[in-house]
Design a protein around this ligand. Structure first.
Ligand code: E4P
Length: 217
């Protein structure tokens, strides 16, 4: 399972990278705005800065909602750095853009997936990744993890190579449940990654080992 961090915060990206388990980064316009990154020039530079911190794929989202605009914008984003993945919304023109970039050999991440039907379309269009937002489904009393399972079953039925990028992860149990189902990637906040290492018995056990070592020396 690949671990992506879902943030535009460079300090958090550096911290996740320093753990040695980070495989990539996802961003979106809201995450950029949260860090105060506005204006085309600054946003572009920020993508480059992120690519220079991490080794893996970095999703950069288009703002256009028409095919021509998405293609123009996506080409500019893809040319910024070899690690850039063009993030495209699941709308009609987005499906056309996914197919266009797939034919051009440019990596894509189809975002804002909330149903198995949308996931099927993203795979048919040749998306590299597609992002079902499980936390946002949970927020409206719909089982987000069930969607991951449905998509896993459908993709396995036909051998689709599109990677399931479980997004809108809110906590460590989302990560663990997605791993059990077989999501290819998860993207979440730093807390959802660092939370995985916590266990009180580890802390108690380590304290005891250190105490006993001291007794013998
Ligand atoms: C995915 O690529 C999105 O950036 C993200 O996971 C959305 O998560 P949220 O629902 O916490 O905003």
């Amino acid at each position: 399972m690949k671990f992506f961090i879902d943030t535009a915060n460079l300090d958090q990206i550096r911290e996740a990278q320093s753990l040695g388990v980070l495989d990539g980064v996802t961003t979106n316009p809201s995450l950029m705005a949260k860090e105060g990154i506005t204006g085309e020039k600054n946003i572009i530079q920020h993508y480059i800065d992120i690519c220079e911190i991490v080794d893996g794929d970095v999703s950069a989202e288009v703002i256009s909602v028409d095919f021509k605009g998405m293609v123009e914008e996506g080409k500019i984003l893809a040319a910024l750095h070899p690690q850039i993945v063009v993030k495209i919304p699941m709308i009609e023109d987005g499906v056309k853009a996914l197919k266009y970039f797939s034919d051009e050999g440019i990596k894509t991440n189809c975002t804002l997936i909330f149903s198995a039907g949308q996931a099927l379309l993203a795979a048919k269009a040749g998306a590299t990744y597609m992002s079902p937002f499980i936390g946002r489904l949970d927020d409206i009393s719909t089982d987000g993890l069930n969607l991951i399972q449905e998509i896993r079953d459908i993709y396995d039925n036909y051998g689709f190579e599109t990677q399931i990028l479980a997004a809108s992860i809110r906590h460590t149990m989302h990560v663990i449940e997605c791993a059990k189902i077989g999501a290819d990637v998860m993207t979440g906040p730093l807390s959802s990654i660092k939370g995985l290492l916590k266990h009180p018995l580890t802390d108690i056990g380590l304290a005891k080992f250190l105490e006993d070592y001291k007794k013998g020396n």
